[in-house]
Design a protein around this ligand. Structure first.
Ligand code: PGA
Length: 266
């Protein structure tokens, strides 16, 4: 795992956008795994800017979102469908037929989840998966206790997640209790993972995910099992890392001449 500690949230966002642009420069028809929440807002802002000012092209790109709340219609203001259109899709040239976001109201949930998994396979698998991390250490809505081999399915949100996400809703009671989410196993099959985190309220989860044991109690710790996982942190999110000096040293060396020859496999 490559851990990069940057000065600010803006730097995290710009570095994440450069990773996306790097993938698209070698594979214009890449499959991107996308996340919602506050964390990727800066990344999407930067991608929109790069599309506008630098011609970053999404015309051949396919996207798969990690999750969606169960019970919210796609036009609900807090649905992840609306979030993605507002913050990314309406500003860039991804083709509508190449956008996949789990439905929040499938007629048959397990058949729908199997279909979603098949779409990922049929599009060739995810090249780069963007991830945030919950204060309880989740990736997507894989709450503590989720199998590290799990696939797309319905999950009950943890109380902590409902509290955390209540800020987006008028009332806490309005936060859905269930979500359809890619599983940890689904996420681990992406060719590259990019987890971003900012802010002090993520510091504990980040430290557990990076430095703790691999455990279903902190599903982000499964990134330790991936060959090409990168974590971008701002200073606050890195605040509880015990190996902070080590990570800084590795990045310093990577930035040097030898680092350029080493490649990115971790
Ligand atoms: P946030 O959520 O980006 O809104 O903090 C991240 C997550 O819960 O995965």
């Amino acid at each position: 795992m490559e851990v990069v500690i940057l000065a600010s949230y803006d730097e995290v966002s710009r570095a994440a956008a450069r990773e996306v642009a790097r993938v698209l420069s070698t594979k214009p028809n890449a499959v991107l795994g996308l996340a919602t929440g506050s964390t990727p807002l800066g990344l999407y802002r930067e991608l929109v800017r790069m599309h506008r000012d630098e011609g970053l092209d999404f015309s051949q790109v396919t996207t798969f979102n990690l999750d969606e709340y169960v019970g919210l219609p796609p036009n609900h203001p807090q649905s992840y469908h609306v979030f993605m259109h507002e913050h990314l899709f309406q500003h860039v040239n991804v083709a509508a037929q190449n956008i996949f976001i789990p439905s929040g109201a499938p007629a048959n949930i397990s058949a729908y989840c199997a279909w979603y998994e098949r779409q990922i396979q049929e599009r060739g698998g995810i090249d780069l998966q963007i991830l945030g991390i919950g204060a309880d250490g989740h990736v997507a809505f894989n709450e503590p206790g989720s199998s590290l081999a799990s696939r797309t399915r319905i999950k009950t949100l943890a109380r902590q997640t409902i509290e955390d996400n209540a800020r987006f809703f008028e009332r806490r009671e309005d936060v859905p209790a269930y979500a359809i989410t890619m599983g940890v196993g689904t996420i681990l099959e992406a060719r590259e993972l990019l987890l971003c985190a900012n802010g002090r309220n993520k510091a504990r989860a980040v430290a557990l995910a990076i430095e703790g044991p691999v455990t279903a109690m902190v599903t982000a710790s499964a990134l330790q099992m991936h060959r090409q996982a990168k974590v971008l942190l701002d200073q606050e999110a890195a605040g509880e890392l015990k190996m902070r000096e080590h990570f800084d040293w590795i990045e310093e060396c990577r930035a040097g001449a030898l680092g350029a020859q080493l490649g990115t496999e971790q």
